[in-house]
Design a protein around this ligand. Structure first.
Ligand code: FES
Length: 83
């Protein structure tokens, strides 16, 4: 990630997400087949930092609560067994 996201806490968001998914950081990470985590340099919307992208949607000013909520909603949609 670049400067804006870094100084606004996306390193912590990244660690939080990996912990939430139960996977180790290695650049390209797979878990149970539902999620792929990719760390990228910049998504081009630095004024919204910290930024994450989930599928085709970009989310700005995210924190642990937004990440947790997004994960839970997608896990339910993508994996009917988790309902
Ligand atoms: S540094 Fe995060 S969008 Fe540019």
């Amino acid at each position: 990630m670049s400067t804006a996201c870094y100084i606004r806490g996306n390193s912590e968001n990244y660690k939080f997400l990996l912990n939430l998914l139960g996977i180790k950081p290695n650049g390209r990470t797979f878990t149970d087949g539902l999620f792929i985590v990719l760390k990228v340099r910049c998504l081009g919307c630095c004024s919204l930092a910290p930024v994450i992208k989930v599928n085709d949607e970009v989310y700005g000013k995210v924190g642990f609560n937004e990440i947790r909520t997004s994960y839970r909603s997608r896990a339910k949609v993508d994996n009917p067994k988790s309902r």
